[in-house]
Design a protein around this ligand. Sequence first.
Ligand code: ATP
Length: 238
Amino acid sequence: MSDMLLETRALGAGYGPVTVLRDIAVQIPKGQITALIGANGAGKTTLLRAISGLCTTTGDILFDGSPITRLATNRIAARGIAHVPDGRGTLAGLSVEDNLLVGGYLQRGRAARAAGIERIYSHFPKLKQRRQQQAGTLSGGEQQMLAIGRALMQGPRLLMLDEPSFGLAPLIVRELFTIIADINRTEGLSILLVEQNVHQALSMSERAILIEHGQVARSGPSAEFLGNDDIRRAYLGS
Ligand code: ATP
């Protein structure tokens, strides 16, 4: 059995006539956190969208050895890929718990959904406290927790997070990343993390992929990124 959960081969992606990504070959290992870094507009969000079937692609994407390229988004989700987009997208008018139930639509049976919700609450006690509160009235950090919780309700094997720290205060960001690392460790869940906060992303991941101008500029152990002078100058401000 391969240690790789997801692999792209000669992947191109874009929006209609606009090509954003070219010749992307990346491998996402099982059970690890992989950081996806790069400047604004480099194509990080587009790579997540390509994996989720949300933009036009060429080439191949293999998930656990099977092609998922050009499957419909709901079928890709059903295979075990959960995507928390930037902007979070929780359902503002529904309660915290109803948002989680919407996320659990793939799980059959009330007992399985109830167990899933308790598991989410064990990672995010703040959501349990606010289970009846309307999602739209949560703080930014709580909404991000809810968006992640809702994605976990799918029972994914790969969780893709697009800039979870965006717009959050440093203390909240630290709390959120502690929980994300804990979910990875306790559940062995594979995570692909897009982050502007490059130091944080490299510190908490085993491997990293740097995208520049729609292509992979570098990939490898995160510790090597942290120790590399060019990376430090360009992305870590030192
Ligand atoms: P950021 O951190 O700013 O979100 P990113 O690395 O995630 O950057 P993308 O959002 O993937 O970058 O954008 C890559 C390129 O694709 C940009 O030039 C952007 O303008 C373009 N792009 C994104 N969405 C669309 C769209 N729906 N239609 C056309 N072009 C798009």
